[in-house]
Design a protein around this ligand. Structure first.
Ligand code: XIL
Length: 421
């Protein structure tokens, strides 16, 4: 099953590349490369935030542009285009639709994205409640606008996500659904996958199904309560049936610590091995990678990637961000109250190490790509998340102000240096 999917997709990918070469580029729409297939010390949990809480723009991030950042970046060369350095997707998560800071409302954001990235992920608007607000209503307008913009400008789209437990985006009608839950959820996936069939590069089919504190590893979500672990395999099968050529990922956080003692990582392997053993059409594993500046180690991250590669699956970094402060670090580790040169260089090295680890551990044919979760520091979801709320830890690759121009930070050059290796 898996190998047949892969052969079909490789053929499709090869023919797409030929078409692009034959067209000879020209214009921004065709000049983009085709993608490869076209806690203490835990990562941040994603269930704590809500879209409404992100509506304000961080003033601390805005003022950052006047900090010592400019001195550290002024010694850097002019920012080159990131995606042209490699032949896998280099992606950006965006707000869109009615969200604040929608990239469609900010021309400077569009041009910076076009310059450096060749894939988009919707930060919110392709989640369950947005696309399927009532049992009989699917609402595709905002997502279609995003997908059309991407297509027009030569970017691919990674879909995020058919199924996620997080309370704010499980449609309320689904929570009180009294009919056949399995049929309903299959239809949810089938309808959405069918709508976007042929238009997306990949999907996060199921997001965050693992809870390592549960004896059997499965999160006790609405979906698990109704259907047991079968809902995961069912979703992959429904998506595959509706869109056989799109890449299908299982996506989660805190799975990038591939040390043998990591309970969550072992849960991930169990889940993936069970899907493979059952012939479920999974193409890859998405590692969110909302990681810390000092944890997990690059070695442990490499081990996690290699374990997935050993299973013949693609590896995709789906939501990368790296704040300069780890609130859980030992007191010996520095905490920065300004984005100093020292903090900027530390972050640059960390971004570089992560991308280098990805390139070292994942062979070219299994690279699903690297996506950063927001363009500039004021975009970051971490500004409103749990322990971090109200604190700017400068997690992203660019600085503001909110409407641009955006300035590439040393972190950007860390990514650029790694991608150039
Ligand atoms: C986040 C969005 O960025 C926020 O705007 C929203 O308030 C909460 O969700 N893991 C995921 C993403 O898979 O969907 C989450 O996105 C971040 C963590």
């Amino acid at each position: 099953m898996i190998s047949v999917r892969r052969v079909n997709k490789l053929l499709l990918s090869a023919s797409l590349s030929l078409v692009i070469v034959a067209c000879g580029g020209g214009g921004s729409a065709t000049s983009k490369q085709s993608s490869s297939s076209s806690s203490a010390n835990t990562s941040s949990s994603s269930s704590e935030s809500s879209p409404s809480s992100e509506s304000s723009t961080s003033s601390s991030s805005s003022s950052e542009s006047s900090s010592s950042l400019s001195s550290s970046s002024s010694s850097e060369p002019t920012a080159p285009s990131l995606y042209t350095l490699v032949n896998f997707p280099v992606g950006m998560a965006v707000s869109a639709g009615n969200e604040s800071r929608s990239f469609l409302d900010i021309p400077a954001k569009q041009s910076t994205i076009q310059q450096h990235f060749n894939q988009l992920t919707a930060g919110n608007i392709m989640k369950m409640s947005y696309l399927h607000p009532s049992e009989s209503t699917f609402s595709y307008g905002n997502a279609d606008t995003l997908v059309n913009w991407a297509e027009t400008n030569g970017l691919t789209v990674h879909g995020h996500t058919f199924i996620w437990h997080s309370d704010y985006q499980v449609p309320s009608w689904m929570k009180s659904y009294s009919g056949d839950f399995e049929t309903m959820l299959d239809n949810h996936v089938t309808q959405i996958a069918t709508h976007f069939a042929g238009k997306l590069e990949s999907w996060d089919v199921v997001n965050e199904a693992i809870d390592e504190s549960q004896p059997n590893c499965y999160r006790n979500s609405l979906f698990y309560q109704k259907l047991g672990a079968d809902y995961i395999a069912n979703a992959f099968r429904a998506a595959d049936a509706a869109d056989p050529d799109v890449d299908l990922y299982y996506n989660d956080y805190s799975t990038e610590n591939g040390s043998a003692s990591s309970t969550k990582f072992n849960c991930l392997l169990q889940l993936v091995d069970d899907l493979i053993a059952d012939g479920v059409p999974i193409d890859g594993v998405g590692f969110q990678m909302h990681i810390q500046i000092d944890w997990p180690s690059a070695n442990d991250i490499g081990a996690a990637f290699r374990a997935i590669v050993d299973r013949g699956l693609k590896v995709k970094i789906t939501e990368l961000d790296i704040p300069v402060n780890n609130p859980y670090a030992s007191s010996a580790f520095p905490q920065y109250s300004t984005y100093s040169d020292e903090a900027a260089q530390l972050q640059k090295q960390r971004y570089k190490d992560i991308v280098s680890t990805y390139l070292d551990a994942v062979p070219a044919h299994l690279r699903g790509g690297v996506t950063v979760w927001g363009l500039w520091d004021g975009d970051s979801w971490l500004l409103t998340l749990g322990d971090r709320a109200g604190t700017d830890d400068w997690p992203l690759l660019f600085s503001g102000p909110a409407n641009g121009p955006y300035e590439a930070k040393p972190a950007f050059y860390g990514v650029e240096e790694a991608l150039s290796q």
